[in-house]
Design a protein around this ligand. Sequence first.
Ligand SMILES: *[C@@H]1O[C@H](CO)[C@@H](O)[C@H](O)[C@H]1NC(C)=O
Ligand SMILES: *[C@@H]1O[C@H](CO)[C@@H](O)[C@H](O)[C@H]1NC(C)=O
Ligand SMILES: *[C@@H]1O[C@H](CO)[C@@H](O)[C@H](O)[C@H]1NC(C)=O
Length: 232
Amino acid sequence: MGLTRNGSPLLLMILSAMFLLPLHVSSTLAERSTFIVHMDKSFMPKAFTTHHHWYSSIIDSIKSVESTTSNGHHSTPSLVYTYDHAFHGFSAVLSKDELDSLKNSPGFVSSYSDRQATIDTTHTTDFLSLNPATGLWPASNYGKDVIVGVIDTGVWPESESFKDDGMTEIPSRWKGICEAGQEFNSSMCNLKLIGARSFNKGVVAANPNITFSMNSTRDTEGHGTQLSGGGR
Ligand SMILES: *[C@@H]1O[C@H](CO)[C@@H](O)[C@H](O)[C@H]1NC(C)=O
Ligand SMILES: *[C@@H]1O[C@H](CO)[C@@H](O)[C@H](O)[C@H]1NC(C)=O
Ligand SMILES: *[C@@H]1O[C@H](CO)[C@@H](O)[C@H](O)[C@H]1NC(C)=O
């Protein structure tokens, strides 16, 4: 996408999404799996100061319903992430019964199972219906003050593609962070790579004993670096 152009004012944010889930969860966990739940926040009772408190309370109430209606459950439902920007809701590890109780909670909108995503699309300009010669450049005023979010396998911050020579200041509206983790620290972001976050709790929820070859936003696969850094 030409993001590597020297002096280009285009700013880049990388999001690493490691929400890959094994298709078959081990039998000990078969009773619970991860669901992504959309909520209507206008139903949030005034007593709660944050969406997070509200969702925690809902999970707690499901827990008590569950413990009084069935036997033999040793674990409990739990929140994985809460969401408050692109949509309102949360992800949680739930049994079928717990999901059914949740569906009766005020504010419940919809739910679906967390799932394994595949890396595909090798013809990005076609996929996005872009002009193959100029892409989005003219329409975006050559990227001035644009913040681009990429959900992918991570980023290799030392790549030439992320050199920030000639880049202007990070837009003041930016509220993201550069998250430290394995072989990745917050100084690895710069004026071009302005943030990085890793989200892998869904994988851990489905696979509690997992060990990651890289537990951070660092990209050991290459796809995310290639895509965000200027390849197509
Ligand atoms: C990954 O790193 C985070 C801290 O950055 C830590 O809390 C978590 O336990 C680690 N997970 C695994 C599976 O190693
Ligand atoms: C981050 O990593 C770089 C490169 O390894 C190192 O030079 C720098 O001191 C580290 N910064 C922090 C805050 O740990
Ligand atoms: C995870 O590891 C613990 C301790 O080694 C073991 O008891 C448990 O059965 C393992 N769980 C799964 C799902 O493999």
